[in-house]
Design a binder for this molecule. Structure first.
Ligand SMILES: [Zn+2]
Length: 92
């Protein structure tokens, strides 16, 4: 089961991509951007403690989380766009 943060990341990504026509359409770039954003934003919402990992959907539905997610995701998308991994999985 996806956690609430991942669901928000998916939603926000789709919104941002629809406004950024230049962003690559492939799954690799999508996954990279979302993974990067989640890695960055997660520690702020999920501390790693048992209580933290039980952050509720209600808490995460706040507009603030979406706003922060869009900032972090936009940054992640710029990084992916600058160095897309789909071009050279072998060369690394
Ligand atoms: Zn791509």
């Amino acid at each position: 089961m996806k956690n609430a943060l991942e669901e928000i990341a998916d939603e926000v990504f789709e919104q941002l991509r629809s406004r950024n026509a230049g962003f690559c359409d492939c799954l690799q770039c999508r996954d990279d951007a979302i993974t990067h954003a989640l890695n960055k934003i997660r520690p702020r919402y999920i501390s790693g403690s048992p209580i933290g990992s039980a952050v509720t959907r209600v808490a995460l539905s706040q507009l603030q989380v979406r706003a922060e997610m869009s900032v972090v995701l936009l940054d992640a998308m710029r990084r992916v766009q600058a160095r897309p991994r789909h071009l050279g999985t072998v060369a690394g």
